[in-house]
Design a protein around this ligand. Structure first.
Ligand code: HEC
Ligand code: HEC
Length: 372
């Protein structure tokens, strides 16, 4: 009969080469099976992870009534398609808050059913990014929000037309008045952007398996996920994908070691080069934030890759010059699934009815005719 130790594992002598030098070594240090290669216990792995990553906290309640009013107004603006010249596209069209904050298209489709050049990143946790867009060309959410409204391939509108539209509906006049009470002209394009940014600050996804594990719940990640985390840290992914968003801060060439083919990295989009016009920024992009990545396919700024294992494989080759074994890719993908947090439940706001003063939508009949 085998004598069982108190924890139920059969009593065994540790193998000779692992034999502790000193008799007072605690049982934990001779546990034969490690949590992950290089990490004997959850605590070891956790300490390494805590140096690199942070948890997402639930959105703080608004600090005062004014901020609460800005959030509510921002939600209306986010959902209102009349902010586009055609009356068809709202922020929600391409950043569906019931669907991971994305449109799940390779590249977005906007005004005139034009296909834009890039994949829509999620608006979830975007506030934690160091800068916005794949090339970081907008410093923050408010600056970002002014872009799509005016982009010809997105909402194709003008700031003046947005303000005229907003001023035509009494409910908007009231809502801007409450949200920006100290201002002589509360309805402005700048305040439109501020309100949307305030709303976006509520779009966070706390409570992911990884976050629960990082704060002490050993059972919140599976063994495979822990192994994937160890690989993610030790093979070099975390060198670029770190911090609270697992990316979203720094810029790197897409293809540090080997540039992917044109089907993944189209030649026309040179990334940050267009922002800085510096040769060293050619094909440089922001390290993509990886929170909720399991539900935001397709991947990369080109949106060319639908499979997460394939995206991981491409990253290992392009950024690290490593060919990962299939089982290791599987473990990293399992780990990436632990970054899916609780999705915010956003109530669709009631939007004010148009008035006679509201500019008419300008659908793109001409373009539709041409494409027939
Ligand atoms: C037609 C589709 C479309 C519409 C409409 C649209 N977006 Fe986007 N959004 C995109 C695409 C595509 C990108 C990436 C563009 C790039 O990086 O050059 C993006 C990027 C963003 C980002 C940056 C996220 C990150 O990780 O860098 C935020 C935030 C955002 N949009 C919010 C908004 C808001 C707010 C609105 C409404 C005012 C809006 N979007 C309207 C498609 C759209
Ligand atoms: C040298 C920096 C660097 C390293 C190392 C790196 N990445 Fe990336 N990662 C990036 C950049 C930059 C992008 C954005 C590429 C683009 O333009 O589409 C990215 C994009 C991604 C994406 C696509 C996310 C999305 O939403 O489209 C995934 C997934 C990813 N990386 C995972 C990994 C994994 C796993 C590893 C390790 C095997 C890794 N990365 C290593 C910089 C890096």
């Amino acid at each position: 009969m085998v004598l069982a130790q108190q924890d139920g594992t059969p009593e065994q002598q540790p193998a000779q080469e692992e034999a502790p030098d000193q008799a007072e070594v605690t049982p934990a240090e001779v546990t034969p099976a490690e949590i992950a290669p290089g990490y004997a216990t959850d605590e070891d792995l956790r300490q390494a992870a805590q140096d690199l990553f942070d948890v997402i906290l639930p959105a703080a309640p608004p600090t005062d009534e004014v901020h609460a009013a800005q959030r509510d107004l921002g939600a209306m603006l986010f959902f209102d398609p009349r902010m586009s010249s055609s009356g068809l596209f709202s922020c929600q069209s391409c950043h569906n808050v019931g669907m991971g904050g994305v449109d799940a298209l390779p590249t977005s489709v906007g005004h005139g059913w034009q296909k834009g050049p890039r994949n829509a990143p999620t608006v979830y946790n975007a506030l934690f990014n160091g800068a916005q867009f794949w090339d970081g060309r907008a410093a923050d959410l408010a600056e970002q929000a002014m872009g799509p409204v005016q982009a010809a391939v997105e909402m194709n509108n003008t700031p003046d037309q947005v303000v005229t539209t907003l001023e035509s509906m009494k409910e908007y006049l009231d809502a801007f008045g409450e949200a920006f009470p100290d201002e002589a002209e509360p309805v402005s394009f700048a305040n439109f952007a501020t309100a949307i940014a305030e709303f976006e600050e509520t779009l966070v996804t706390p409570g992911a398996g990884f976050d629960r594990w990082l704060t002490g719940d050993d059972a919140a990640m599976s063994d495979e996920q822990k192994r994937g985390l160890a690989l993610f840290m030790d093979s070099g992914c975390a060198g670029c994908h770190n911090g609270v968003n697992f990316g979203g801060h720094d810029y790197y060439p897409f293809g540090v070691v080997e540039r992917p083919g044109a089907e993944v990295l189209p030649e026309g989009d040179r990334g940050r080069f267009a922002v800085t016009e510096t040769a060293s920024d050619d094909y440089v992009f922001r390290a993509a934030p990886l929170r909720n990545v399991a539900i935001t396919a397709p991947y990369f700024h080109s949106g060319a890759v639908w499979s997460l294992p394939e995206a991981v494989d491409i990253m290992a080759n392009a950024q690290l010059g490593t060919e990962l074994a299939e089982a290791d890719i599987g473990a990293i993908v399992a780990f990436l699934h632990s970054l899916t947090g609780e999705q915010p439940r956003v109530e669709h706001p009631v939007l004010p009815a148009r008035t006679e003063a509201t500019p008419l939508p300008n659908p793109f009949d001409d373009i539709m005719e041409q494409s027939r």
